[in-house]
Ligand binder design. Structure first.
Ligand SMILES: O=C[C@H](O)COP(=O)(O)O
Length: 252
């Protein structure tokens, strides 16, 4: 299938990475430059490595992103990081609403919506994560759950241009399990249609990523699915060779 949007391959390092691991980011930079501009590559390290990673990647075309942020631009919020701080570090993207934030930190759609507003106000692009649990999938609620997450967490009063949405079934994260190609195609088609309902004429410009146990061995198959415009990768993004192999599997 011909893909029209530039694929985005984003790595979510989660709570992994010390300064010595910047070597891996340098390797991603060097290999990513060779993959060429056909695929956009972004690495989201922990906050502690953001500035150093951005400095390493400056001018290379490899992007850097945060994994979360506070909705406000500054203030008395001990321990939090504001969107302008991410921008100041050299980040261009922020992952928001990851299921680990929703489930472990109790983040609501309303909070995620405010974060998206804050991120856009700072001139950053949000990667909004949505996805159902195993129980929701097995009881036939997957589309309804994701539909609610989209309706609740995307601000209506801002443009969706530049927004990225990552469909990450909770049960596929770090488990080695992935949905069938048919189920991913159904969900991504559903997300595209939902966006089109609210933002007519704009949905086709939004990149929809798949995330959950993406590996070099399954990347080509997953990335070829209709309406899959890239991937959000956890574990495999920690190893430059694996992450780059996934980027190289993009159908461009
Ligand atoms: O944000 C990334 C996802 O949680 C996927 O993680 P994973 O590739 O380790 O399954």
């Amino acid at each position: 299938m011909t893909k029209t949007l530039r694929p985005l391959i984003a790595g979510n390092w989660k709570m992994n990475g010390l300064r010595k691991d910047l070597d891996e980011i340098a390797a991603i930079r060097d290999g990513g430059v060779k993959v060429g501009g056909a695929v956009e590559i972004v690495v989201c390290p922990p906050f502690t490595l953001l500035a150093a990673a951005a400095s390493l990647c400056e001018g290379s075309g490899i992007g850097i992103g945060g994994q979360d942020c506070h909705p406000e631009k500054k203030g008395a919020f001990t321990g939090d990081i504001a969107p302008p701080m991410l921008k100041d570090c050299g980040a261009t993207y922020v992952i928001l609403g990851h299921s680990e934030r929703r489930l472990i930190h109790g983040e609501s759609d309303a909070l995620i919506r405010d974060k998206i507003k804050g991120v856009q106000a700072a001139g950053l692009a949000a990667i909004l994560c949505v996805g159902e649990t195993a129980e929701q999938r097995s009881t036939g609620q997957a589309l309804a759950v994701v539909g609610e997450q989209l309706a609740g967490s995307i601000p209506r009063d801002v443009s969706i241009e530049g927004l990225v949405i990552a469909y990450e079934p909770v049960w596929a994260i770090g488990t080695g399990l992935t949905p069938t190609a048919e189920d991913i195609a159904e969900m991504h088609g559903f997300i595209r249609a939902k966006l089109e309902e609210s933002w007519p004429g704009k949905a086709a410009t939004v990149r929809l990523l798949y995330g959950g146990s993406v590996k070099p061995s399954n990347a080509a198959k997953l990335l070829a699915i209709a309406n899959v415009d890239g991937a959000l990768i956890g574990g495999a993004s920690l190893i430059a060779a694996d992450f780059l192999a996934i980027a190289a599997a993009c159908p461009v």
